[in-house]
Design a protein around this ligand. Structure first.
Ligand code: COA
Ligand code: ADP
Length: 594
C-alpha cells in the first residue's frame, strides 16, 4: 500500500480560501440565519467588509497602507469571532501574511472573514482580502490571513460552542485548524530552539565596513497614547491598531536604510502577549536587523506603560517584517549592506539570517506557494515542525474531500475512489472490533506493519523525532515487472483527537534523510500523502480507513483493484483487521489514558 506519487504540495494554507464552492453539501433547512439574500448557503460566522481606498488610507506610493489594511482585517475578523462567541473577543495572534498585490487609491478592498474552528476559549478566523478595480472590473487576491481570537467574559472562563462545518472547504479548514493551532502553540519555542541550536554563519568579519550602513542609522522610537478611538467598547486596544503602529515604525526604519520608499512583502506572526487599554502609552522601537541582497528584515518591539508607573513596562508584541525596494518595473533593487552594533545588534543580525531560512521553509512547506517542490523534502531540524504539519494537513485535506465515490464493497471492506485533476486517490474502510486507541497505537508503529502488509518487507525505525513523529526506512518488494526492491524513507506523524468526533490520524509521507540517500540496491519510492484515520464508533468498535493518493507509478496497481481485476487491496486490509484483533490486548499501560 505504498506508492510512487506525483508532486502535490500546493496545499496547506494556500488552499484555505479556495472558494465557497461545495455549496451543494449545505442543507438549506439546517441553516436558520445562515442564508444570504438569494445567494444560497452562507457560513453563519461570515462577515464581509468593503472599503473604498481614499487618499487618507494611502502611503507615500498612493497605495493602501498595510497598517490600514491590518486594521480592517482585524475588525472584520473580530466581528466574525464575536458573532460566533456572542461576547467580546481579543486578538491573540495573527499568522504570517504574504502580500501578493498592492491596492491603489480608488480601488475597493473586499474582506471576508469566517470562523474556521472554535476550541475552548479561542477561535481560528480565516480572512481573505481581494481588491477590485471599479473601472476594469478586475479582481486580485491581495492576501490571506489567519487570526486567533480569544473570547472573554468577566464572570467565568468562556467555553465556546463548536463550529459545525458544512461544505468541503469548511470541513478541510475545520480539520486543519487543529493542526495549525498545534503549530502556533509551539511556534515561539520552536524558533527559540532553532536559534539556540543553529550554527549561524555570517560574513561580518570579511566585509568592507566602509561601504556598510550602520544599523544605528535605522533605529526608530515612537510613542502612542491609546485613546478611545483606538479601542473597542471594552476599552481594549484593537490588535489591528497596534499592528498598524508597528508597520509604521518598521517602514520608517526600512526607509532609513535604503533612502527610498520600501514595500512591505511579508509579516511574521504577531502574538499579543498581553492586553493594552485606553490610557496606556505604547513605546514602539524598530531597527533593521539584517539586509540581504534584495530584502531586509526589520524588527519591532512594543511595550506598554501607564503614566503613573512608567518603570513597569509590559511587553505587548514583537514582530519581524520583510521589506523590499521596487524599481519602476516592480523588480526588487539591490540593498546596501548593514553594519550591526556589537552585542544585541550582531545577535539580531545572525538571528535574522536564521529566521530567513525558517521563513522560507515555512512559506514553502506550509503555505506551499511554489509550483514545483521535490517530493521528498529534506528533513532537518529547522523544518521538522512544518513537514509534520504538512504531513498531517495533507491527509486531513484528502479526507475532507466530498466527491469520494464508493467503488466496491467486498467482505465488509469498502473501497472509495476520488478523481482529481491530477490524482486518483482511494480509501478503504472497515469497522473493527478493537478500541480506537489500541488500533492507533498498533498502526502507528510502522515496524509492525510487515506482519500484515506484504508490501512492507521491513520497516526500520531510523529516528524517533518526538512523541508523535518518527522516521522509518521501509523496504518493499519489487512492484509489477520491476526487478529491484523499492525503499522509502517515511515520516509517520500521528495525532490523537483534538475533540470528540475527531479521528485519530496517522499520516505518512516521504522525506529525504542525508544519512539514507538512494542506493543502487533499491529503487527509491516516494509517497506524499497516505495514512490512516480511526474513528471511535463505540466501545471496542473502530472505523478504520486507509487513504492513499496515487499517481503514475502506482496507478496500474490501483486501477486493477478498483476495476475488480484484483482483490489484493481487500486481502491486505483484511489482514490488517486480523492483526488488530490478534493484538487487541497488546497494550502498554500508558495507552489507557489515550
Ligand atoms: N496564539 C494563538 N492562541 C493562543 C496563543 C497564541 N500565541 N496563546 C494562547 N492562545 C490561546 C490558548 O490556546 C487558549 O485557547 P483555548 O482556550 O481555546 O484552549 C487561549 O488563548 C487562552 O489561553 P490561556 O493559556 O488561558 O491564556 P494566556 O495566559 O496564554 O492568554 C491571551 C492568552 C491571548 C488571552 C493573552 O495573551 C492576552 O490577553 N493577550 C492580549 C490580547 C489583546 O488584548 N489583544 C489586542 C491587542 S493588545
Ligand atoms: P530580540 O531582541 O530577541 O529580537 P525583542 O522582542 O526584544 O527580541 O525585539 C524584537 C525586535 O525589535 C528586535 O529584533 C529589534 O529589531 C527591535 N528592537 C528591540 N529593541 C529595540 C530598541 N531598543 N531599539 C530599536 N529596535 C529594537
Amino acid at each position: 500500500m505504498i506508492q510512487n506519487v506525483g508532486n502535490h504540495l500546493r496545499r496547506g494554507f494556500a488552499s484555505v480560501f479556495s472558494s465557497r464552492t461545495s455549496q451543494k453539501s449545505a442543507s438549506r433547512a439546517e441553516h436558520n440565519g445562515a442564508m444570504a439574500d438569494g445567494e444560497g448557503y452562507r457560513n453563519p460566522t461570515e462577515v464581509q467588509m468593503s472599503q473604498l481606498v481614499l487618499p487618507c488610507h494611502t502611503n507615500q506610493h498612493s497605495e493602501l497602507s498595510v497598517g490600514q489594511l491590518l486594521k480592517w482585517i482585524d475588525i472584520a475578523a473580530c466581528l466574525s469571532a464575536e458573532r460566533h462567541a456572542g461576547c467580546p473577543c481579543v486578538t491573540a495572534s495573527m499568522d504570517d501574511i504574504y502580500f501578493e498585490h498592492t491596492i491603489s487609491v480608488g480601488q475597493v478592498v473586499n474582506i471576508k472573514a469566517k470562523v474556521n474552528r472554535a476550541f475552548n476559549s479561542s477561535m481560528e478566523v480565516g480572512i481573505q482580502v481581494v481588491s477590485e478595480d471599479m473601472c476594469s472590473e478586475k479582481q486580485w487576491s491581495v492576501c490571506k490571513a489567519l487570526a486567533t481570537f480569544v473570547a472573554h467574559r468577566e464572570i467565568s472562563k468562556v467555553k465556546l460552542k463548536q463550529i459545525t462545518p458544512r461544505t468541503e472547504e469548511e470541513k478541510t479548514e475545520y480539520s486543519v485548524a487543529a493542526e495549525r493551532r498545534r503549530m502556533r502553540m509551539v511556534y515561539e519555542d520552536t524558533i527559540k530552539d532553532l536559534l539556540a541550536n543553529y550554527v549561524i554563519q555570517d560574513d561580518l568579519g570579511s566585509r568592507d565596513c566602509s561601504s556598510m550602513v550602520p544599523a544605528e542609522k535605522t533605529r526608530v522610537e515612537s510613542v502612542e497614547l491609546v485613546v478611545p478611538s483606538h479601542a473597542n467598547h471594552q476599552g481594549n486596544t484593537f490588535g489591528g491598531q497596534i499592528m498598524a503602529w508597528m508597520e509604521n515604525v518598521a517602514t520608517i526604519a526600512a526607509s532609513r536604510l535604503c533612502c527610498a520608499q520600501p514595500t512591505l512583502k511579508a509579516i511574521e506572526m504577531f502574538h499579543f502577549r498581553g492586553p493594552s487599554q485606553i490610557g496606556d502609552r505604547l513605546v514602539l522601537k524598530a531597527i533593521v536587523n539584517n539586509a540581504f541582497k534584495h530584502s531586509m528584515e526589520v524588527g519591532v518591539r512594543v511595550d506598554a506603560y501607564r503614566q503613573e508607573a512608567e518603570i513597569h513596562r509590559r511587553h505587548i508584541n514583537s514582530a519581524f517584517m520583510t521589506f523590499v525596494v521596487l524599481d519602476a518595473d516592480d523588480q526588487p533593487q539591490l540593498l546596501p549592506w548593514i553594519r550591526p552594533q556589537p552585542g544585541d545588534g550582531e545577535r539580531r543580525y545572525r538571528e535574522a539570517s536564521a529566521r530567513k531560512k525558517i521563513r522560507l521553509d515555512r512559506k514553502y512547506i506550509v503555505s506551499c506557494k511554489q509550483t514545483e517542490v521535490p517530493l521528498s523534502v529534506p528533513w532537518d531540524p529547522s523544518n521538522q515542525v512544518y513537514l509534520s504539519y504538512n504531513n498531517v494537513s495533507s491527509l486531513k485535506m484528502l479526507v475532507a474531500k466530498d466527491n469520494w465515490v464508493l467503488s466496491s464493497e467486498t467482505n465488509q471492506v469498502r473501497l472509495y475512489t476520488l478523481e482529481d485533476d491530477k490524482f486518483l486517490s482511494f480509501y478503504m474502510e472497515m469497522v473493527v472490533h478493537v478500541d480506537a486507541a489500541q488500533a492507533f497505537q498498533l498502526l502507528s508503529d510502522l515496524s509492525r506493519r510487515p506482519v500484515w502488509d506484504k508490501h512492507y518487507r521491513s520497516a526500520e525505525l531510523l529516528q524517533q523525532v518526538d512523541e508523535d513523529d518518527a522516521i522509518y526506512h521501509v523496504i518493499s518488494p519489487p512492484l509489477g515487472g520491476e526487478t529491484k526492491p523499492q525503499d522509502f524513507v517515511i515520516l509517520a506523524s500521528r495525532r490523537k483527537p483534538c475533540d470528540n468526533g475527531d479521528p485519530y490520524v496517522i499520516a505518512l509521507r516521504s522525506v529525504m534523510l542525508p544519512t539514507h540517500r538512494e542506493t543502487p540496491e533499491y529503487r527509491r519510492g516516494e509517497t506524499l500523502c497516505s495514512g490512516f484515520c480511526l474513528w471511535r464508533e463505540g466501545d471496542q468498535l473502530t472505523k478504520v480507513s486507509y487513504y492513499n493518493q496515487a499517481t503514475t507509478g502506482f496507478l496500474n496497481y490501483l486501477t486493477t483493484n478498483v476495476a475488480g481485476l484484483s482483490s489484493e487491496f481487500c486481502t491486505t486490509f483484511k489482514a490488517c483487521e486480523q492483526f488488530l484483533l490478534d493484538n487487541r490486548n497488546d497494550l502498554a499501560p500508558s495507552l489507557q489514558t489515550l
